[in-house]
Design a protein around this ligand. Sequence first.
Ligand code: NDP
Ligand code: 2IT
Length: 444
Amino acid sequence: MSYVNEVIERITKENPGEDEFHQTLNEVYSSIEVAVEQNEAQYRKDALLERLANPERQIKFRVPWVDDEGQVQVNTGYRVQFNSAIGPYKGGLRFHPSVNIGIIKFLGFEQIFKNALTGLPIGGGKGGSNFDPKGKSDREIMSFCQSFMNELYRHIGQDQDVPAGDIGVGGREIGYLYGQYKRITKQYEGVLTGKGLTFGGSLARTEATGYGLLYFADEMLKANNETFEGKTVTVSGSGNVAIYAIEKAHQLGAKVVTASDSTGWVYDPEGIDVALLKDIKEVRRLRMSDYAAERPSAEYHEGRGVWSVEADIALPCATQNEVTIDDAKDIVSNNYIALAEGANMPTTLEATKYLQDNGILFGPAKAANAGGVAVSALEMSQNSERLSWTFEEVDNKLHAIMQNIFKQLDETSKKYEQDKDYVAGANIAGFEKVVDAMQSQGIV
Ligand code: NDP
Ligand code: 2IT
């Protein structure tokens, strides 16, 4: 059995029940096999793939808090500090009822390679809780965030581990988490990113993941003699990533005709009204059904269905495994030209293969959505030098980073004779950088 397959088998067996982590391990390790083969004896001797697949540290803790009825609630908190070979652990916090150790490990593992591709000095980590922020009052959110930080603070720091947002964690939650960290530690430091602009946040961090996704996809299209101009785009999700992906797609001359949440989706043939969407989601915290009620051109559908809409480019921006093999078949039969992943691992392994085999340009998450964490790293730089850069400065840097990420994927896929396989390009390019750093630092 090849070294890669041996390790996939062993790690899967040693970590039962962690389905999403097994999925990403399979995807990444299978696609780097061509690169591993060139140094297989050395890597095997160094147990390199085993070390890479085992987090440096996993922290699990109790988060008790009091709800508005005076009832004590208990959730579970996690922080997985996966790999610090190239910098302090960096990655978001997810608050969603589906969170478990397998989800956090999948996200943390992906983050290692994503962060390497940005070219910035950040290692990989991820955390979160099975807390469900939906329907909670502001006071309940604050109470939860403070309790979560009462434990997390002892494991993080501006030079150790710097969390940020993810599903269910946006500006409001980062604010409460930051306030509590400062209160406990007396430190006014860049320990979290995605902060408010009045207390150390970076301009363009809110927009960064969505904008970066479009900058990346634009490069991918251009390299294949296409552009966004005049194209129809389908987007899933209606959170931070989706909103700014839609905004930038419109700025690039495309029309986005869908958005969704976990209860339903909207088809809006006139193009999604971004100002209304922001007001509904960011200010009033309502649902897509409310968007449809206030937008005469929009049709609302219960359940899933975004990918059944005819369009040119698909941008899944909601959650993992939301593009299934059936969706992939729709995407192919509807003659799409490209799919770029805004969410983390939104496409199943089977669907990814089907799309690639049928000539759809496929931009993998760890490259396509790296703009968020890249601007987080720029926020860390600004915090360290106690300065803040203009929106244009940050946005220009983001654009250049995304162009460079696409270039790395393109060159790496060609180097390994897998031209246009950007999944292989991203995994191998990220792997090579992390492995170089790990090997230089000895057996740690
Ligand atoms: P938000 O919480 O802002 O929005 C999440 C969106 O996805 C909501 O519309 C939500 O609908 C929908 N969604 C969440 N879970 C599910 C589910 N199980 N089924 C269907 N829809 C679901 O999160 P973000 O926009 O920040 O994150 C979206 C994706 O992008 C995630 O995969 C995240 O890991 C990834 N990402 C985020 C980055 C960031 O900077 N924020 C950076 C890189 C990647 P509902 O409101 O009904 O739950
Ligand atoms: O998945 C991701 O890259 C994020 N949720 C952003 C992480 C960060 O540290 O900004």
